[in-house]
Design a protein around this ligand. Structure first.
Ligand code: IPT
Length: 484
């Protein structure tokens, strides 16, 4: 009797004590995102508000710093209306141009007269940055600040030197980073800013980090060493294919190489700086009534979404307020419909009810069926050292789809480096989806669109990787009719 008891205890101990490798998460591979970068990826979309003295000039987007401050006079400014637009569009974060290249400041800076203090608006008593950050707080939107490094108004002073400007900008940065609550992103535009060297940014970076430890820094060119996120290389909403989060420190030796490094990143690059995609919903960055008929269509916005968020990037979409200080109704409508279409498209993963079989599974905690469970905390992983996997989904019945989405566990680094998707009706002959053949990176989210196909079987092929696959989600979908 005692003997049996001992045996049972031993067996129970063995079951709990013997390590089963398949229960442990894979080790991260290579460079991985910081907490700030993870938070940033989770936003997916950010709104950009280009608003300032240019808004009140005739078709100006890069003011020369000479327009009189009095010109700034929105007739019905209401930042809460901006936030309502973002809520309807499911955009959780927004960045305001507190000072663009013209130098006009949207807050009453102690260090310049070229600001709202001398605007006609509210008799010089207004503060757009305050109204913006207050509205963000009220609506639960994360506030970001663009304080343009290049300042044409300051340049007009005969006393201007780069050294003096370095101190001037630092004081303005302190005002903004210290006086308006939590700031989630700051934007160092490279345009016109070549005189501002890396040591200058080092100083400014210290201020951001001291006052706002969680603030994501958009950096480019000379501010690149301090960047959490990089410029994506164009303003057309076209992130690269691939678009690695890793890249090499940018040495601008060769223009073509520079743009490729921004747009596509560099596999195995020495820095983890994912790409942010800045693009305007209108042809210009600032509002011009002439462009009211040229607001990007819902379909164009969907293309941009797929080519940015769906290319392992985050979309920074500009919605420029008009001369009243309001988002134009066409812009609001188009982003609200974009959200509606995205939600409709991804509401139904056609693989959700499928049977799943994989030839490389780490263990029950990392089963392939977790790819379709719509749970952010679970994921599929393969065995250590095995970098390929074939995962076959058997649908209850034939379905039509024209879109797919794959997500990697980005906390574990860029793992998969080549993958394809195929379909079949008999599980013997497989037809590749040309648009989804030999894809390279996955990252936070990869979306592929193609002509509609009908199938009962879908096969995800992980053909190569740096380490065993670790994937959150895989799905096939049918586009919302809003995107036709
Ligand atoms: C371009 C800058 O060169 C780049 O560094 C980045 O700041 C980018 O703007 C932001 O869109 S200049 C632009 C006229 C392409």
């Amino acid at each position: 009797m005692n003997h049996i008891k001992t045996l049972l205890i031993c067996a129970a101990m063995a079951a709990t004590c013997v390590p089963v490798t398949g229960q442990y998460a894979p080790e991260p591979y290579g460079l991985t995102p910081s907490e700030r970068q993870l938070e940033w990826y989770g936003r997916e979309m950010i709104a950009f508000f280009h608003f300032g003295i240019n808004t009140f000039e005739e078709y100006v987007n890069e003011g020369d710093g000479k327009a009189p401050a009095a010109l700034f006079n929105p007739t019905a400014l209401d930042c809460r209306q901006w936030m309502q637009t973002l809520k309807a569009a499911g955009i959780p974060c927004a960045i305001l141009t507190a000072k663009h290249a013209d130098g006009f400041c949207l807050w009453p800076s102690r260090y310049t007269d070229y600001c709202v203090k001398n605007a006609a608006w509210k008799g010089g008593k207004g503060n757009v940055v305050r109204e913006f950050t207050d509205a963000c707080a009220e609506y639960g939107i994360k506030a970001g600040i663009y304080l343009g490094p290049h300042d044409r108004h300051e340049h007009l002073s005969p006393l201007y030197t780069t050294e003096r400007y370095k101190a001037h900008y630092a004081r303005q940065l302190e005002e903004l980073m210290g006086g308006y609550g939590k700031i989630w992103e700051t934007w160092w535009d490279g345009a016109g800013a070549d005189e501002l060297t890396t040591p200058i940014y080092r100083e400014w970076h210290r201020i951001v980090r001291e006052k706002q430890p969680d603030c994501v820094i958009f950096g480019t060119k000379n501010s690149y060493p301090f960047a959490d996120v990089r410029w994506m290389g164009n303003e057309a909403g076209q992130a690269g294919d691939p678009c690695w989060a890793t890249t090499d420190s940018i040495a601008i030796r060769d223009e073509a190489q520079y743009y490729k490094g921004l747009n596509e990143g560099v596999a195995g690059g020495n820095a983890y700086i994912p790409a942010e995609t800045d693009v305007s919903i209108r042809p210009s960055w600032f509002y011009h009534a002439e462009e009211d008929q040229r607001v990007k269509s819902v379909k164009e916005l969907w293309d941009i979404y797929c080519n940015s968020v769906g290319h392992n990037s985050v979309l920074l979409l500009n919605l420029p307020p008009d001369r009243r200080g309001l988002i134009h109704p066409t812009d609001s409508l188009h982003v609200a419909l974009l959200r509606k279409g995205i939600d409709q498209t991804f509401a139904r993963n056609l693989l959700a009810g499928a049977k799943v079989k994989a030839d490389n599974v780490r263990g029950p905690k990392f089963a392939a069926r977790l790819l379709t469970d719509n749970d952010k905390t679970t994921y599929y992983a393969g065995k250590d050292g095995k970098t390929t996997a074939d995962i076959v989904f058997t649908l209850p019945e034939q379905e039509e789809f024209d879109c797919l989405m794959l997500q990697e566990v980005i906390e574990l680094g860029h793992r998969t480096t080549r993958w394809s998707v195929e379909y079949s009706d008999n599980r013997k002959e497989w037809t590749p989806i040309p648009e989804a053949t030999d894809k390279q990176c996955v990252g936070h989210k990869w979306i592929v669109r193609f002509s509609p196909v009908k199938a009962r079987y879908v096969r995800l092929r992980i053909q190569d990787g740096n380490a065993c696959p670790a994937l959150h989600t895989f799905g096939v979908y049918k586009h919302s009719l809003l995107f036709k």
